[in-house]
Design a protein around this ligand. Structure first.
Ligand code: HEC
Length: 136
């Protein structure tokens, strides 16, 4: 296949968006929808200084590794993610402690993991508890 043919082939199998678009979209999803929830609801107890359950929401690797219950997030598999389980408040681990998150926020976090748990670029979220407050 020549170069033009190859490009056409790539275009044909990926549809009108180019492959590079998708990570951007998922990053934006994290920055605008996911990070504010994690920051407001979870980061206060799960950060690099205070990592309850041995997980920090400042660091994707920490969530992939998880605590003693196994990976907090399994990208693409919300049903295998301890984090999603804990949000339902019907098992032993109930997060956050206290009232359950609103349904909409649970759906956003579940959707985020289903889409691969792509991390974003929100600097405030990624660096230190002293700047964890994001615009809401
Ligand atoms: C008030 C503090 C607090 C808040 C807020 C909080 N957590 Fe936790 N979290 C804890 C504590 C304490 C543990 C350890 C509990 C245990 O092991 O029984 C824990 C453990 C966990 C674990 C299990 C780690 C493991 O493998 O044992 C997950 C997953 C988790 N939290 C997710 C969340 C999520 C998601 C949020 C936000 C929606 C959140 N937490 C908010 C205090 C908190």
């Amino acid at each position: 296949m020549n170069r033009a043919g190859f490009l056409f082939f790539v275009f044909a199998i990926t549809g009108p968006t180019f492959p590079a678009d998708r990570p951007d979209r998922d990053q934006r999803f994290f920055d605008t929808r996911v990070a504010p929830i994690l920051t407001r609801r979870c980061l206060g107890c799960h950060n690099q200084q205070l990592n309850n359950g041995n997980i920090s929401f400042q660091d994707r690797d920490s969530l992939l590794k998880g605590g003693r219950r196994g990976p907090a997030i399994v990208p693409g598999k919300p049903e295998k993610s301890v984090l999603v389980d804990s949000l339902r408040h019907d098992g032993e681990l109930q997060m956050p402690p206290g009232p359950k998150l609103p349904r909409k926020e649970i759906l956003i976090l579940t959707d985020w993991i289903r889409r691969g748990a792509v991390w974003g670029t929100t600097r405030a979220f990624l660096h230190g508890p002293e700047i964890i407050r994001l615009p809401q």
